[in-house]
Design a protein around this ligand. Structure first.
Ligand code: AHR
Length: 333
């Protein structure tokens, strides 16, 4: 993956993201610039190949995209959520968007691999593709315009660095992962391992809990039993799994936040409340609200202007109850 180009962020945040906001080619009346790719006044046809119901983060992200690409803004967005996270349903939706001749396709991939031939069909039809959140493997940047996402490696590296600092004398930890085959899972493992390297922390186990609180709880119950409760830290790759793990810790007679510290990624309201209450110990935002950035990238793309191949969405870390309380009241997701 090409090194993401970083522009100075408006505030110092993890990964000083390159925001597309300054890249926009907004038309004077605020409507989409269709450039020479579409007749002015017609709505820009957008095919959104989405993940669909998955948890609070996904709901916030997909709502933000749909709330941004409105008819008033000059867009006719067709939303196509996957059927039970099934990649074939995404490929079918993607292909039908190509065949119907949309102007641009937004893709949040359920699986990282298996996209080459589908993306090539869009390329042959000269339909630009923009990746939202999820990357593809192998990462052939010639097959898409850009990927818009917080930097998973950097975010997870921050979690690892926090764990290394929090456990100077080491301890046992486990990892609750998202589903196998999802690009962000590999990126988060890579970043976390970099951040925690050189520490005395010992990894006892890593298993998927499929982004879910229920599975996070049951997997954590099993891990606690298998290790006679001798686990001091949990890295949960999303909030729901971390909240489920906190329940399992509690039911095992241990105190979340004291006996077992839990760090999560996403920054959704429930996790921020749990951080404020001391149930979680660290929450790293993975900001889902990048609809305006996506809109600016679409405008620029349809106006045939160049954008970076990876646009990083800035995301903050929260490492104390006070930090969570400071933002809870105004939290947008
Ligand atoms: O791809 C982002 C991940 O997908 C989020 O961290 C998780 O909550 C969502 O399901």
């Amino acid at each position: 993956m090409k090194a993401p180009k970083r522009l100075l962020g408006l505030v110092s945040l993890v990964g000083a993201g390159a925001l597309a906001l300054g890249l926009a080619g907004c038309s004077s009346n605020g409507n989409a610039n269709t450039g020479d790719s579409g007749k002015s006044g017609d709505l820009v046809k957008v095919g959104f190949v989405a993940v669909g119901p998955e948890g609070a983060w996904r709901q916030a992200n997909e709502k933000n995209i749909q709330d941004t690409f409105t008819k008033d803004a000059g867009y006719d967005l067709k939303y196509a959520p996957a059927t039970n996270g099934d990649q074939k349903s995404q490929i079918d939706a993607f292909t039908s968007f190509v065949d119907s001749g949309v102007d641009v396709i937004l893709l949040s991939a359920t699986e990282a691999s298996g996209w080459e031939s589908t993306l090539k069909r869009a390329q042959e039809a000269e339909i630009p593709v923009i990746l939202l959140d999820r990357g593809i493997e192998p990462n052939d940047t010639s097959l898409y315009i850009t990927r818009i996402a917080p930097d998973n490696v950097e975010v997870a590296k921050e979690v690892g660095a926090w764990a290394k600092t929090t456990f100077p004398s080491g301890g046992n930890y486990v990892v609750l992962e998202g589903p196998a085959g999802v690009g962000v899972v590999n990126e988060r493992n890579k970043g976390f391992d970099e951040g925690v390297s050189g520490s005395s922390l010992k990894k006892l186990d890593a298993q998927t809990a499929n982004w879910s609180a229920e599975e996070g709880k049951s997997v954590m119950e099993t891990m606690l039993k298998a290790n006679s409760n001798n686990i001091q830290f949990v890295f949960a790759q999303n909030d729901e799994m971390g909240l489920g793990a906190a329940q399992a810790v509690q039911e095992a007679g241990l105190k979340p936040g004291t006996d077992v510290k839990i760090a999560t990624i996403d920054g959704t309201k429930n996790a921020m409340q749990a951080l404020a209450d001391g149930q979680l110990s660290y929450v790293h935002e993975y900001n889902p609200l990048f609809g305006e950035t996506a809109l600016d990238v679409v405008k620029k793309t349809l106006d045939k202007k160049k954008v970076d191949s990876y646009i990083i969405v800035p995301s903050k870390a929260f490492d104390s109850p006070d930090a969570a309380k400071a933002v809870l009241a105004d939290r947008k997701y």
